[in-house]
Design a protein around this ligand. Structure first.
Ligand SMILES: [Zn+2]
Length: 241
C-alpha cells in the first residue's frame, strides 16, 4: 500500500497537471476578454470619427447650396444692372453685388479649408476602421485558439479530476489541508524529493538524521528551510547513482 507521502506526491502530479491546464484555458479566456474590450473601445473611435466626418460633410453641402444661391443672386443683379438708368439705384445694386462677392469669397475660403479637413477625416475614418478590422481578426484567431485549447485539455482535466477525487479519499484530511496550504503558498510545489541529502524545493541540505527518517517514507516530514513536505524517491536516487 502506498504511503501517505507517496499519495501526496501523486496528488501533486495531478494537481500540477490540473493547474497547468486550467491556467492555459484561463490565459486564453482573459486574452479574449481583453480583445473584446479593445474592440468595444475601437468601435467607439470609429463611430466618433464617422460622426465628425458626417458633420463636416453636412457643412460642405450647406456651403455648396449657399454658393449656388449666391451665384444665382449675382447673376440676377448683373442682369438688372444692365437695365438700370438711375444712378441711385445703380449704387444700391453695386453695393449689393459687393456684398454678394464678399459672401462668396468667405464661403469659398471656408469650403476650401473644409475640403482639406474632409480629406484628413476620410483618412482618419479609414484608419480607425482598419484598426477595428485588425482587432476583430485577432479576436477570431484568439477564439479559435481558445476552442482548440479547451478541446485539447478538456479530457485531461476530466481524468485529473476523477483521479484527484480517488486520491483524496485515501489521503488523511489534516495532511491534505496542510498540503493544500503549502501548494497554494509555494507556487504549486508542496511535495519535494530529497536527492543526495538536498531538498529539491529550496536546495538546502537536509540534516542527516532527518534524511534517515525520510528514507523510511512512513511519516510526514517538512523541510526545515522551506517547510515543504519531503519525499524520498527511491527511483530518483537510483537513477542518479
Ligand atoms: Zn526545502
Amino acid at each position: 500500500m502506498a504511503t501517505q507521502v507517496a499519495l501526496l506526491a501523486e496528488l501533486q502530479r495531478v494537481d500540477q497537471s490540473l493547474k497547468c491546464n486550467t491556467e492555459a484555458v484561463e490565459a486564453r479566456r482573459s486574452a479574449l476578454a481583453q480583445l473584446d474590450a479593445q474592440i468595444g473601445a475601437q468601435r467607439e473611435q470609429v463611430a466618433a470619427a464617422e460622426t465628425a466626418m458626417a458633420e463636416l460633410e453636412r457643412r460642405q453641402r450647406e456651403l455648396d447650396a449657399e454658393l449656388t444661391d449666391l451665384e444665382s443672386k449675382m447673376k440676377e443683379r448683373r442682369m438688372r444692372i444692365a437695365r438700370i438708368r438711375n444712378d441711385k439705384e445703380l449704387g444700391v445694386v453695386r453695393r449689393e453685388i459687393d456684398i454678394l462677392k464678399e459672401r462668396t469669397g468667405a464661403a469659398e475660403t471656408e469650403l476650401l479649408a473644409l475640403m482639406e479637413q474632409v480629406e484628413q477625416h476620410r483618412t482618419a475614418v479609414e484608419a480607425a476602421r482598419q484598426a477595428l478590422a485588425a482587432i476583430e481578426a485577432a479576436r477570431a484567431m484568439e477564439a479559435a485558439e481558445l476552442d482548440a485549447t479547451v478541446a485539447r485539455v478538456a479530457s485531461s482535466i476530466e481524468e485529473d479530476r476523477s483521479r484527484r477525487d480517488k486520491l483524496l479519499s485515501t489521503v488523511d484530511g489534516d495532511l491534505h489541508r496542510r498540503y493544500e496550504l503549502i501548494f497554494s503558498r509555494r507556487g504549486g510545489v508542496a511535495v519535494v524529493g530529497v536527492r543526495g541529502g538536498t531538498c529539491q524545493g529550496c536546495h538546502m541540505n537536509v540534516p542527516p538524521q532527518l534524511f534517515n527518517q525520510i528514507q523510511r517514507n512512513d511519516q510526514v516530514f517538512l523541510c526545515p528551510s522551506c517547510q515543504r513536505i519531503l519525499f524520498w524517491d527511491q527511483q530518483d536516487e537510483a537513477s542518479k547513482s
